[in-house]
Design a binder for this molecule. Structure first.
Ligand SMILES: [Zn+2]
Ligand SMILES: [Zn+2]
Length: 360
């Protein structure tokens, strides 16, 4: 079958919207019509040339849509079901899966680097040439075929434009606060970066009962948003020391750059926890004073996809949304049709407040 999709060729060329060939869903697979796709920081690393990926590639891994058809043996989903796209369908058998880290599944990681689905195929081509997929998904397309495990049931009552944000930013940010930083009631939390993920770290910290949530970012509009979503104090990155003279019980770096990781660790109190959840450019290196870990007994850890299997974590987030604890609507930013996918990326690169969406 055919589908229109936004193709990434190289950092110096705009995204090109073309008609691709897409294979029919096979056993265990589903055909999904994408309704909304959020532009995530990982996609931006690729278009900036900071991560090298096989090309041509369909970017986008934060999506929501509707099941159009299911392959043989798929019983968990039916045509018409609203779904959130998960970019971590786990194999269940590798060393990461067996140790309870299904979000870090080893064959999945290899597929993400290779630009394929977990089974090594892409099911997409352009004029006979293989087209690759960002983060084992490739959502910037009207239609896509994915393993059924990549399509998580959304249920009713949450608009697809909002649900898209659940697929990466919300699972990643809320999970970083709840699971990786393990925020406890009454704690003080520092959130560095008020982009898509940072806004959900703020909300995760609020839902975990943090009494103080300090959010820093150079972008004033993003900080205002964080204040509305639960931050109790905001400021520029230079103000961390004055806002938190004793340091935070838990600090989360939602950017991942060497400077923000250093700022987050410095803003962590002695004995506190620091979590890096943002992704740095390829080749970036962190530099830390070892006394942070010996004398000051700080803990530094990373977190991917909320440090939980998205299939396990999503139902809880959906409950949070339906109960009004987790805000999605306030974070939906400007929206662009597929034909204007390149404009959407430029808006996101320019620092638009709210998640920039493409609506295939
Ligand atoms: Zn993402
Ligand atoms: Zn695995």
């Amino acid at each position: 079958m055919k589908t229109r999709a936004a193709l990434f060729h190289s950092p110096d060329r705009p995204l090109e919207v073309v008609e691709l060939d897409l294979e029919e869903p096979g056993p265990g697979e589903v055909l999904v019509r994408l309704a909304a796709v959020g532009v995530c920081g990982s996609d931006l690393h690729v278009v900036r040339g900071e991560w090298t990926r096989p090309t041509p590639m369909v970017l986008g891994h934060e999506g929501a849509g509707t099941v159009e058809a299911v392959g043989d043996g798929v019983t968990s989903l039916a045509p018409g079901d609203a779904v959130v796209i998960s970019w971590a369908p786990a194999c269940g058998e590798c060393v990461a899966c067996r140790s309870g880290r299904r979000q870090a599944c080893v064959p999945l990681r290899a597929a993400i680097s290779a630009g394929t689905l977990p089974d090594g195929t892409t099911k997409l081509s352009y004029r006979g040439e293989t087209v690759y997929r960002m983060t084992s998904t490739g959502c910037l397309s009207e239609l896509t075929v994915l393993p059924a495990e990549s399509a998580l049931p959304l249920g009713d009552g949450i608009p697809l434009e909002q649900a898209a944000l659940l697929g990466c930013a919300a699972l990643t940010g809320v999970g970083a606060a709840r699971n990786a930083a393990d925020v406890r009631p009454g704690e003080t939390v520092l959130v560095v970066g008020a982009g898509g993920v940072g806004q959900f770290v703020v909300q995760g910290a609020r839902m975990a009962g943090a009494s103080e949530i300090v959010c820093v970012d150079p972008n004033a509009a993003r900080l205002e948003q964080a204040l509305a979503l639960g931050a109790t104090a905001i400021g520029s990155p230079e103000e961390v020391a004055s806002l938190l003279p004793d340091g935070a019980d838990a600090a989360v770096d939602a950017v991942g750059a060497p400077e923000t990781a250093a700022l987050s660790l410095a803003g962590t109190r002695a004995g506190g926890r620091c979590v890096v959840v943002g992704m740095p450019a390829a080749g970036a290196r962190y530099e830390f004073d070892p006394l942070e870990f010996t004398n000051r007994e700080k803990t530094l850890r990373g977190s991917v996809y909320g440090s939980a299997d998205p299939a396990d974590a999503l139902p809880g987030l959906l409950e949070d949304v339906r109960a009004g604890r987790l805000q999605l609507a306030a974070l939906v930013g400007p929206s662009y049709p597929l034909e204007e996918a390149d404009e959407a990326f430029r808006a996101s690169l320019a620092g638009a407040a709210g998640r920039v969406l493409v609506t295939p």
